[in-house]
Design a protein. Structure first.
Length: 395
């Protein structure tokens, strides 16, 4: 009786998570694609913010490429320089960019962006674009997000794609982001819900960005705080898959674990803060996007699902509970099918065979990150980046 109850409770939770992922993976694969905005009669004025904390290895190349980006309208690249070396600052001063030096005790991306906003005249630009210090905009990126802005979109998330695929871990990390793009962005928009923000490769109406960022003071996960505030205010987030920005993927196990540890910890913190309000919104009938975002934060990490579903199938088979073993095998197969369906059809570089070979390692590292997720965030904690030796992968 106790074994049946335990299986029932676990299956309810895990089954709901699998159903959620499979639903949006299917919508991304077979649902209607995002609407393409028309070419505007006049191009919006854009400011591109690039926060850089100790990013000496990559920021000069990022800033140079950003400044050379082909955009027909007015735009400015603003590097928010925190703890960069003197030689890096001198190199940035040689580029056609604006450098905003900051000196704060505990550096966060939210703080850096607010300092950049403070240095920008309030009426100079129509929209703000946010990049990470390692990001490279693909040709046409600014045109694509500007089309959405000119068409009335207040917030638009572009598509982040792996800049490097030189190690098995980098390929797995890139595949994970590609699957996230399908499930939480393309799939959500196909079913009429907001796309998820990702912290870079996004553009926001300037006044809106300034107003919401001014209220954000968080050590990590600023994008989730911003997203929750936007959705609670019933601001729709669009997705522009043709607006591609390349992002460096992690190569080292320790960096992968630490990055995921921070992400899981931030998700748990925001879930605690918003769970009760999310329930109230569900009872009161919305905003639906906000309810969905709180539901997303209830999803266990995919690494945990990929580990626990087959383990429960084996455990039930071992004790002779064949019915439950079959149920868990079915859940495992459905999850695997959903994740395979969520691999974008236009990504020839994402070989299913190579991803499967790296999957056990990724699951193990994901479980390690989960076990460490309750660790506190160290001051100025961030993912280190390196000068890439690989060409950006195709989107």
């Amino acid at each position: 009786m106790l074994w049946t109850l335990l299986n029932s409770l676990l299956f309810l939770g895990a089954g709901s998570a699998v159903a959620y992922l499979v639903l949006f993976a299917a919508a991304a694969r077979w649902g209607a694609g995002p609407n393409r905005s028309p070419r505007p009669s006049s191009w919006p004025r854009l400011v591109v913010y690039v926060p850089a904390y100790e990013e000496d290895a990559v920021i000069v190349d990022t800033a140079r490429r950003a400044a050379e980006h082909d955009y027909p309208g007015a735009f400015e690249v603003v590097v928010i320089a925190d703890s960069l070396r003197p030689d890096t600052m001198a190199a940035l001063d040689e580029l056609p960019t604006t450098v905003v030096p900051i000196d704060v005790e505990e550096s966060t991306k939210g703080t850096a962006l607010n300092r950049g906003l403070d240095a920008t005249p309030s009426d100079k630009y129509d929209a703000a674009v946010v990049l990470d210090a390692d990001n490279v905009m693909a040709p046409g990126f600014l045109r694509q997000v500007a089309r959405s802005v000119a068409d009335g979109t207040r917030v638009v998330q572009g598509r982040r794609v792996a800049k490097n695929h030189d190690t098995a871990l980098a390929r797995l990390d890139g595949a994970s982001e590609a699957i996230n793009n399908q499930i939480f962005r393309r799939g959500h928009r196909a079913l009429g819900l907001s796309a998820a923000l990702i912290g870079s490769g996004m553009a926001l109406e300037m006044d809106l960005f300034r107003r919401f960022m001014g209220a954000i003071d968080t050590p990590d996960g600023f994008d989730k705080e911003l997203e929750l505030r936007l959705l609670r205010a019933e601001t729709r987030i669009e997705y522009a898959p043709d607006a591609v920005v390349y992002d460096e993927k992690v190569r080292a196990d320790a960096v992968f674990v630490d990055q995921r540890r921070r992400w899981i910890g931030a998700q748990a913190r925001y879930l605690r803060q918003h769970f009760a309000e999310g329930l109230r919104a569900l009872v009161q009938g919305g905003p639906l996007d906000y309810v969905d975002k709180v539901a997303q934060m209830l999803l266990p990490p995919r690494a945990l699902l990929l580990a626990i579903l087959p383990a429960l199938a084996v455990a039930n088979a071992a004790v002779g509970s064949i019915g439950w073993a079959g149920a868990w095998v079915g859940g495992t197969v459905l999850l695997a099918a959903g994740l395979v369906a969520a691999v974008p059809a236009d990504r020839d570089d994402l070989s299913v065979a190579s991803l499967l070979s790296a999957l056990p390692r990724g699951v193990w590292l994901g479980l390690r990150a989960l076990l460490r997720s309750r660790e506190g965030l160290a001051p100025n904690d961030s993912t280190p980046h390196h000068a890439s030796q690989a060409s950006p992968s195709s989107p």
